[in-house]
Ligand binder design. Structure first.
Ligand code: ADP
Ligand code: MG
Length: 211
């Protein structure tokens, strides 16, 4: 997948994330302050604007991810603005100068992204954050590097989905849900669900458009 296809994949992903706003709001109302859906909608609307701007012509996939991450970070606010912005930017830095986004790049993007998110906010798997979905996807991506990008994305999306589902049984150690203690049990972490959705929408685009 070249830089222009990556832009189209993320444009499609952004439109679908915007449509998930009510569901994400409901999740954050259960264990947070209810703004996660609005924040994601704001960030991904800014991403749509960036990608549709004719002056946005990144020279390679690394630069494309970095600029998309900066846009998320600047527009979203909240914990998730920093977290998803960091994933996109750190993932992008690990792909500096590369002109193709492949299953090998996906593995690097997810693994460097999750290391950076961990370095920034301290969350590790089991803490009931988006890291539960991200780390699960990163692990699967490592063993999917010989597959096509579409197949690798599909597997990563499934792993992220399972990671997000596992957060239901967890008590939170980070973010606002931390204050709820055991009352957070029974609810999925909204950021983990967002992480799984992003990968699912990327996988759907890659399957339909790239094969
Ligand atoms: P806020 O907590 O500022 O209201 P959001 O509601 O937009 O931010 O996002 C909440 C999500 O952010 C959580 O569901 C969780 O997945 C994620 N999150 C919070 N703190 C961290 C952290 N330290 N590391 C990784 N993800 C985090
Ligand atoms: Mg919130």
């Amino acid at each position: 997948m070249n830089t222009s296809q990556l832009k189209q994949m993320m444009l499609s992903t952004a439109h679908q994330m915007i449509a998930c706003e009510p569901m994400l709001t409901e999740l954050d109302q259960a264990i947070g302050d209810g703004d996660h859906g609005i924040g994601m909608k704001r960030g991904f609307s800014a991403l749509v604007k960036l990608i549709n701007d004719q002056t946005f012509q990144p020279l390679n996939v690394g630069e494309c991810w970095i600029q998309m991450g900066t846009t998320l970070m600047m527009s979203m606010g909240g914990a998730s603005g920093a977290v998803f912005g960091t994933l996109f930017r750190a993932g992008g830095k690990s792909l500096a100068g590369e002109t193709e986004f492949s299953s090998v790049s996906l593995a690097r993007w997810l693994n460097q992204g999750w290391l950076a998110v961990h370095a920034r906010g301290g969350a590790k798997p089991g803490d009931k954050t988006m890291v539960d979905a991200l780390a699960a996807a990163a692990g699967v991506a490592n063993s999917a590097q010989s597959l096509s990008l579409s197949e690798a994305l599909t597997r990563c999306a499934e792993a992220a989905d399972q990671g997000a589902e596992r957060t239901k049984m967890m008590v939170a150690s980070f973010g606002r849900a931390k204050n709820l203690g055991d009352r957070a049990i029974g609810h999925c972490d909204p950021g983990a669900v967002s992480m799984a959705l992003i990968l699912r929408f990327m996988a759907q685009y890659a399957e339909n458009e790239v094969g």
